[in-house]
Design a protein around this ligand. Structure first.
Ligand SMILES: *[C@@H]1O[C@H](CO)[C@@H](O)[C@H](O)[C@H]1NC(C)=O
Ligand SMILES: *[C@@H]1O[C@H](CO)[C@@H](O)[C@H](O)[C@H]1NC(C)=O
Length: 189
């Protein structure tokens, strides 16, 4: 009995120190996304072109906004709504817009919890991370100690590295208004 208690105590202490495992569940699960956050992403596209993205995730407002700065190129807005409509546009003199309809909305904060497959730990960009893979679509790296996302890779070779992660930051609504030339045009499905 005494030995059992000791074992239990060691187990509890260890899990407190590691803060990622419990005695009953040894497989870590990804931290759900905060309801609202802003992240600056450094992205390497499969074409090896580079871009920065200002990512503004906002679950309560039902939108996910990426503002892409292409390297030495244009700024592309990608405003995704939870009803499935996405607006892609540039602004300025030669501003252009494309509207897309998707069957699914933006990712839920806990989208990784459902069906993600734990792959173990790996050091990436100098951070020790837990790594998960989901449906051969996304590989997700989360800092073991801070539990912030560090990187995610998509099946098509696009890799995103998280440079800043501001929990609770909200993009002003005015920035998400698509320009007039997005409307009254045919929609791509
Ligand atoms: C981008 O990815 C390509 C292919 O993986 C790699 O060769 C290249 O070094 C990467 N560029 C940067 C700046 O990380
Ligand atoms: C989805 O919401 C956006 C933003 O409110 C709106 O512009 C768009 O028309 C909506 N799409 C549909 C299919 O209702």
């Amino acid at each position: 009995m005494k030995q059992l208690n000791l074992a239990l105590q060691i187990c509890l202490t260890t899990s407190l120190i590691l803060q990622l495992v419990t005695c009953s569940n040894l497989t870590p699960t990804p931290n759900p996304w905060p309801d609202q956050f802003h992240a600056l992403l450094f992205m390497n596209l499969s074409t090896t072109k580079l871009q920065l993205s200002d990512l503004w995730y906002d679950w309560p407002k039902g939108r996910n906004v990426n503002i892409f700065q292409k390297q030495l190129g244009e700024v592309l807005y990608d405003v995704e709504w939870n009803n499935g409509t996405s607006f892609y546009y540039t602004i300025g003199e030669n501003g252009a817009c494309e509207v897309m309809e998707f069957e699914v909305g933006i990712p839920r904060p806990d989208f990784l919890l459902d069906g993600a497959h734990y792959l173990g730990t790996e050091v990436t960009d100098g951070f020790l991370c837990n790594v998960w893979e989901k449906v051969d679509f996304i590989w997700y790296y989360e800092d073991v100690y801070t539990r912030r996302p560090v990187r995610w890779d998509f099946y098509d070779g696009i890799s995103s590295q998280v440079m800043t992660f501001e929990v609770g930051a909200v993009l002003p609504d005015s920035v998400t208004q698509a320009p007039a030339y997005c409307f009254n045009q045919e929609r791509d499905a």
